[in-house]
Design a protein around this ligand. Structure first.
Ligand code: SF4
Length: 238
C-alpha cells in the first residue's frame, strides 16, 4: 500500500514537473502549429532516413531519393546499391536502403498497394504492434509518424529529448530510449505532446546541448537536477 502511494506521488510530481517544463518552453519558443495530416508512408520513409543523422542531411537524402525514384513503386525493383547511392548523404546508406525497400515490399504485400493511410485510423498501440516488428522500424519512427502525419497525441523521444529528460531528473539515468518513450506517454500533459516534443528539441539544439549546456540561458535551472550545470562565470541565481 505504502509503495503504491509513493508511486502515485512520484507520478504526480513528474506530471507537475512536465507541466512546468512545457509552459516555460512555450513561453520561450512559442506554441508550435499543429501540422496538417500527411502521408504516413512518406513520414515512415523520411524517419528511417533520419536515423543517426541530422535533419539537414536526412532532408537532403529524402529529396534525393524522391528525385531518383519519383514513384514509390520504382523502389520495389530497384537494386539496393542504386537506392543507397541516392541516399548516401544521410549516412548508413546500405542499411537504410535495404530497410526502406523491405518496408515498402511489406506495405505492398500487406495492404495491396503502396499506401499507408490505414495508419490514420490506428490507435497508437495498434500502430506500434504492427510496425515495430519490421526491421529498421523502431518506436521513434512509429511515434514520429503518429504525431506528425496522423496528428496523434503521442510523444516521440529523440536524442536531444532523451538527454534533457535525464538531466532534468524526469527519466532514470540508466533507462533505454525506448523505455523512456514508454514511460513518458502517460506523463505528458494531454494535448501537449507536439509542443513539448518540438520545444525540447529546440532547447536541446540551442541551450541544453550535449556538451557545455548554456544553463545560464535556460528557463529550467530551478527544476533541473543535472549536477554539472554550466551557470556561466558569475553563476546564475536560480
Ligand atoms: S539547466 Fe542546464 S542541464 Fe538543465 S535543462 Fe537547462 S540547460 Fe539543460
Amino acid at each position: 500500500m505504502t509503495q503504491t502511494r509513493s508511486n502515485i506521488g512520484q507520478i504526480k510530481e513528474l506530471r507537475h514537473k512536465l507541466t512546468v517544463v512545457e509552459r516555460r518552453l512555450e513561453k520561450l519558443f512559442g506554441a508550435p502549429e499543429k501540422p496538417r495530416p500527411s502521408s504516413p508512408l512518406e513520414s515512415m520513409v523520411h524517419t528511417i532516413l533520419s536515423q543517426n543523422t541530422n535533419d539537414t542531411n536526412s532532408g537532403r537524402a529524402f529529396r534525393s531519393l524522391r528525385k531518383s525514384f519519383p514513384r514509390w513503386e520504382m523502389l520495389l525493383d530497384a537494386p539496393a546499391d542504386k537506392i543507397a547511392r541516392a541516399i548516401r548523404v544521410g549516412g548508413l546508406a546500405n542499411q537504410k536502403s535495404r530497410n526502406i525497400k523491405d518496408f515498402l515490399k511489406w506495405v505492398k504485400h500487406t495492404y495491396g498497394r503502396l499506401n499507408l493511410d490505414a495508419m490514420h485510423r490506428m490507435s497508437p498501440a495498434e500502430a506500434i504492434e504492427t510496425f515495430t516488428t519490421l526491421k529498421g522500424i523502431g518506436l521513434k519512427t512509429v511515434y514520429v509518424t503518429l504525431l506528425f502525419a496522423c496528428g496523434a497525441d503521442v510523444f516521440p523521444v529523440d536524442t536531444h529529448i532523451y538527454r534533457i529528460l535525464k538531466r532534468l531528473g524526469i527519466a532514470p539515468e540508466k533507462a533505454s530510449r525506448d523505455k523512456v518513450t514508454e514511460m513518458m506517454q502517460p506523463l505528458v500533459p494531454r494535448g501537449k505532446s507536439l509542443s513539448l516534443h518540438i520545444n525540447l528539441i529546440e532547447l536541446g539544439r540551442r541551450i541544453c546541448t550535449a556538451r557545455q549546456p548554456r544553463c545560464y540561458e535556460c528557463p529550467l535551472t530551478d527544476v533541473c537536477l543535472y549536477p554539472e550545470k554550466n551557470l556561466g562565470p558569475a553563476g546564475k541565481v536560480c
